[in-house]
Design a protein around this ligand. Sequence first.
Ligand code: SF4
Length: 429
Amino acid sequence: SRPSLLVLDGPPTALGVTTQIEALKGFKTLIREEKAAALYVTHDLSAVAQIADRVVVLYRGKIVEQGPVDQIIGRPEHPYTRRLMEAVAPRMSAGKAAYIDQVKRPDSPSMETCKVTAGYGKITDGRSAIPVLSDVDLTLPKGRVLGVIGESGCGKSTLARVLAGLHTAARGEVLLDGAVLSPIVSERSRHQLQRVQFIFQMADTALNPRQRIGDIVGRPLTFYHGMTAKARWDEVARLLDLVELPAAFARRYPGELSGGQKQRVSLARALAARPDVLLCDEVTSALDAIVGDNVIALFRSLQKKTGVSIVFISHDLSLVSSFAHDIAVLYAGRIVEKGPVQQVLSPPYHPYTRLLIASVPEMRIGWLEDTANSRSALAASGQAVRLAETGCAFFNRCPSAIGGLCDQSVPKLKPVQAKGPHTIACHLH
Ligand code: SF4
């Protein structure tokens, strides 16, 4: 419609960093070609640094600061803008894996997957009509956080749903403390259900709007632990306190809470079951930087306090690296690299991990152009993710691909050092 003004209201940036680069490049080109003005409304400051000329900072419905982008990014004055900047200060460049691993690697896993292959549509000979995951082997050691990272569509959420029994794999097994779990949630015992809890991405839809917070958090207490009346009420208050919400919130409905508060209620509900494993699927992607940072700090302290094992699924590598002990990189439904976070974030890299690391947005004007013109980004740009039956799925986007080998043979995960925990699936290694 050849607009004079484009209004981009919270454009999707929770797709994955490489997709985000494509999207931002597209917006910039469109704005330039249309010679249009654009209003870009977002909570993503790193996107603002790449796309805006002027920035307006809103807090509680009021403009608290405004000015040219270099001034706001480089010399923020209002305390709220400064807090926003601190919350998104790149966690990776500031010492890479910020979550210092002081936990001894336990010998026994809490949860494992063995050759999980899953997708959608009819299953024939152990394969789905629309394949998503292929031969996924993962181990979640007791008391540790396993980050699963990958772009939108790589199979992260399908994996979480298979672990929870909400989606049936075409092939493969999910084990809890060495015992095979039924692939169907309704066939899992109450004890098995209690031990694995799910926290969903959208707290808005995960909480029943017609139930009070006290009933939402209290239900698992009755269902799993038989608590009633005063004991249940006291435990709800304790759990709300644990997630830093006032006990009086028990009388409220979800609609009376902010996004961050709702996600805390989801966490309290999951903890009410006293689980051994928490499955967290993009739990901060709908929250702004400050609220998301607070939620992660809470997860971190509760993980240390309770020793719960966590599968933390996210598209945000810097976020995962600040929280997880181990990382699994998922590409087109396959694990291409996994290991302790500091080893995965140090060379040697899988070419896709290298692209992910290079694509983590920086709060620097001009970063988009520099990154979009890098060798690996140019090789990956404009190429769709493809599921490969033969050869490496990253072949069509890989700057190091070896013709005749990479397109013919699927690389297997191999340890970088003999018997070490860091493994890469790439013919280069
Ligand atoms: Fe690139 Fe080949 Fe390695 Fe795949 S196997 S990531 S195409 S070098």
